[in-house]
Design a protein around this ligand. Structure first.
Ligand code: ZN
Length: 167
């Protein structure tokens, strides 16, 4: 986690912000990923108003298909809290979670998932399917979609546009 993120998180802890403010932090992480040539997705995990973890997509940098922002943030949060169950945690992610991440969010028992843009191609919180709040699963996080969705979507669109123009 960078010093800038830590400083921003300290400010947020003091001001008890709404979802928008945490999503802005996730957007900052997503921009870091874009700068590294990654699909720009960022995720932040918060508990009791404090930042627990923040990471961005590292699929390319790590050459790891499972290195999505949510997966990395979940692992970091579990390390920080010494627990695989992340009850009481809220996860902010710039893009609707995929099947892998939606599954991991359910398994980690997070309280709440807030995401920005819908992902019509891979989203499993309603777009392609509903895994995040599947009625047959025994844990269903509260979900909120569309927070700063224009900013979150633009980041991904700009990234793919620049990829195409380089091709
Ligand atoms: Zn994912």
């Amino acid at each position: 986690m960078s010093d800038a993120v830590r400083t921003a998180a300290d400010v947020l802890r003091m001001t008890r912000p709404a979802d928008d403010a945490w999503m802005r932090l996730a957007l900052d992480a997503a921009r870091d990923a874009a700068a590294a040539g990654e699909v720009p997705v960022g995720a932040v995990i918060v508990r009791d108003g404090s930042l627990v973890a923040c990471d961005s997509n590292r699929t390319l940098r790590d050459q790891d298909a499972s290195a999505h922002a949510e997966m990395l943030a979940l692992r970091a949060a579990s390390r920080a809290l010494g627990a695989w169950r992340l009850e009481g945690c809220s996860v902010y992610v710039t893009l609707e979670p995929c099947a892998m991440c939606a599954g991991a969010l359910v398994l980690a028992r997070v309280d709440r998932v807030v995401f920005g843009a819908w992902d019509e191609k891979a989203g499993m919180a309603g777009s392609v399917g509903e895994l995040l709040r599947h009625p047959r699963l025994n844990h269903r996080p509260e979900a909120r979609a569309g927070v700063l969705s224009d900013d979150c979507a633009r980041l991904v669109e700009d990234f793919f546009r620049s990829q195409r123009s380089q091709a």
